[in-house]
Write a protein that binds this ligand. Structure first.
Ligand code: AMP
Ligand code: ZN
Ligand code: FE
Ligand code: FE
Length: 290
């Protein structure tokens, strides 16, 4: 493939819209992608494909859209399960088992969100679950929406502070019923999709899984690892790259853009064209273009 400018194509494979915890609508997201000079953008909202249709309808000429999702998973290999995120690309959005699993996780997110609010309220913190649901506007509810309520209440300055240890990062952190990661890889493959482990070494977010698990996931059908991500240090990026080389996994880089819920900008990290082409070749659905 060639880029619009004749230079190397700019490919960002991990972004969020208001279909989950981003702040741009799917239509605004694809327009912003074109304005940022991207050639390929993937929409990967948490546990939903609801943003796909509006993103396709608004797709500007020259921008290719990879339809994807970021699946909330857990690895049961530790005493309390370790949460992890799997990016799924180009899968059949009507695969019944996958559809059911995504709906279950979204319901579990609502249940957990309400329990977090109960904990906050029990400590006299005036946040309201109905307000938080209104803020999520029908998108997949996540802690960033609770963070917004803490900001509105004047308790923290920004999302980063809301994820500090006194708030959603530790004290008011509760687990949710995520998808077993091996089941998730199998389901994504059964639905014709391509699975890439999102920010696998992001130690600043908490516990990460051992390399041995990544090797087992590769054997189960995982296709790639996200190496270039703002939550990875340079050493963590290098480690992910060498692990990917060892396991013959493709390597991606992406912004994990969330609009104003994070500071990172579209295209801040990008994916090479060979990795992109491997994903496209392996996926059952077509990349969308205007
Ligand atoms: P949840 O999916 O509800 O568990 O919330 C996780 C989401 O919160 C991630 O996808 C990020 O968008 C966001 N997040 C996690 N950690 C941080 C952080 N330290 N600062 C800002 N946003 C974060
Ligand atoms: Zn998010
Ligand atoms: Fe993630
Ligand atoms: Fe993400």
């Amino acid at each position: 493939m060639t880029s619009r400018t004749g230079s190397a194509p700019r490919i960002d494979l991990h972004t969020h819209s208001t279909a989950s915890d981003g702040t741009l609508t799917p239509a605004e997201l694809v327009r912003a992608g074109a304005e940022a000079g991207l050639d390929v953008l993937a929409i990967t909202d948490h546990d939903t494909t609801a943003g796909w249709a509006p993103a396709v309808r608004a797709l500007p000429p020259g921008l290719l859209l990879v339809r994807g999702a970021e699946l909330s998973c857990r690895w049961a290999g530790t005493q309390s399960a370790t949460p992890l995120h799997l990016l799924a690309y180009l899968f059949d959005p009507e695969h019944p088992e996958l559809v059911a699993e995504l709906a279950r996780v979204r319901a579990a997110r609502e249940e957990r969100g309400e329990r977090i609010v109960d904990l906050l309220r029990a400590d006299g913190i005036d946040v309201s679950w109905p307000d938080i649901l209104t803020g999520a506007a029908g998108g997949t509810v996540g802690r960033p929406h609770i963070a917004q309520a803490l900001i509105r209440a004047g308790l923290v300055a920004d999302t980063r502070a809301a994820f500090g240890p006194d708030w959603l990062g530790e004290r008011y952190r509760l687990p949710k019923e995520d998808i077993d990661v091996f089941r998730a890889v199998r389901l994504v493959r059964a639905a014709g999709g391509v699975a890439v482990f999102a920010h696998p070494r992001a130690t600043r977010r908490g516990r990460v899984v051992p390399d041995e698990l990544i090797a087992e996931l590769a054997a189960a059908g995982l296709a790639g690892l996200e190496a270039d991500h703002e939550d990875h240090s340079p050493a963590e990026r290098a480690h992910v790259r060498s692990l990917a080389a060892e396991l013959d996994l493709l390597v991606t880089g992406s912004s994990d853009f969330h609009g104003t819920h994070k500071t990172v900008q579209l295209g801040a990290f990008t994916t090479g064209v060979e990795a992109y082409e491997r994903i496209v070749a392996a996926g059952v659905t077509e990349v969308a273009s205007a």
